[in-house]
Write a protein that binds this ligand. Sequence first.
Ligand SMILES: [Zn+2]
Length: 358
Amino acid sequence: MTDPYRVIVVEDDPDVAFYIKTILTKQGCIVQTFTDPSFAQQAMRLYEPDVVITDIEMPGITGIELIEKVRAVRPGTPVIVMTAHVSVDYAVDALRANADEFLTKPISSSDLIAVVARLAEEFRSAKSSMPDPEVVLAIGAHPDDVEIGAGGILLTHRAAGDSVHILTLSRGGRGGHVSDRQSEAFVAAEMLGARLHLEDLPDTEISENEPTVGIIEKVVADIRPTVVYVHSDHDMHQDHRAVHKAALLATRNVRSVSCYQSASATVDFRPNRFVNIDGWLEQKIELVQAHRSQVQVSRYHAPEFLAATARYWARFGEGTACEPLEIVRDSGDLSSGATDVSQALRAQRNARARQLPQ
Ligand SMILES: [Zn+2]
């Protein structure tokens, strides 16, 4: 017997939700129903469904917006949209947002069963042919560090279907009101489709030993990351250096560990991998700008500063925007588009040699 299909139903009408649940449960599916669409993202993480069924319009959110939220958590998840009215406008909009199937109310049970089985099978076979997703952990001392240093890289991980966790060790009390910075951190994580682990170490007094090492070790034990990004040791901010040292100890068994460039990195920051983030720069800027309390007080949050930095590092990589990394350890393949600095330099030298007169 195959693993039963897992289905999430998001429908504000409890009668309809119950009807669908009854039909699918009889077929052996595991069905979770939600009448409040605001639980949808949490439910996606918890139940990892094969199929999502949603109403086209619910209080506070359209089915179309819901599709985007659902896929931000689990890219490629099939979504069936139910509609009471056969409205051409709705259908066109929803198709644009990539609904996989429409069912018109009243829902026929045989149609429902057939569509769920087909989409769930397709999704499972597509997933089984893909490489295992990475579990990514990005570690920062303060809210916004990770977005500034590796926001584009994290977006490319999400697009590849990897799960992304952010561990932020302090709530940044020195840089603004803790409550503002905390809610900004959650907004940015949600935009990214990442899970935020927010700790409460004293801002500007983070230790490189305990309790920092223990906190990071606990998250590593819980989520078992395969890829870690953290501050560089080449940084003026003592919290950043402390988090770097603590993280290196706590992630000693992780396959791939590398350091991003923080706003306070020194000229000794010497990257040897340049990850192309073409197509993600706008969204990275939005992530950084989500830290609204910092936008006023820090020049590092300015869109042109972020864009110019990414443009600059692209001289060593590919495309027009890159984020630089210092590789600490990499015992496997990392993100696509990455270029080793020695390769880039070799290519430059070869190009120059070709231009020399014979
Ligand atoms: Zn910081």
